[in-house]
Design a protein around this ligand. Sequence first.
Ligand SMILES: [Cu+2]
Length: 201
Amino acid sequence: MNRCASSHALLAACLLGCIGAAQALPWLVQVRGPDGAPLADAAVAVELRGQASRAPAGTRAEMAQRERQFQPFVLVVQTGTAVNFPNFDTVRHHVYSFSPVKTFDLKLYTGTPAEPVLFDKSGIAALGCNIHDKMGAHIVVVDTPVFAKTDAQGQVRLDLPPGEHWLRAWHPRQARPQLQSQRLSVPAGGAGGGSTTLTLE
Ligand SMILES: [Cu+2]
């Protein structure tokens, strides 16, 4: 906190940040599959009403290739994020997506392509490699800075401001390439926070 006091401007920013944090409530989101079992590694996003949906310019993320696999298997990014595709293998990869969210083609390469790929539309991009048919991964692009992936218990913990929000989730096991949505209402003055369960179809 010392650095907050180093100037009036920073102090003001810190106070605003602290007030915002005080208003946000801890919220547990539980994601379950159609059979009711908790789903690990599901993408979860909460669209906050009235907040900017696009990532600030220069926001970066990474989808690596290691031992002929993509890492991670599911990457969640905010709309407007530029994604690098570094290849840490000695073999060359040829990464592509035909998904309407982002169609691109990174021809045979090693190392990191000079230009990242900008994901400027929300939705889900399925990735593949022209050389290695078994390589596959997904990039989930969401219109919010509030996102996470579920842990082994199928849960994520988020701090949410009071209001009516959209809770969205997706898991690679789902057949459809769209996030499933439901309303999430955070009451004002609910000091203890709360929880929501989303059951994927
Ligand atoms: Cu490959």
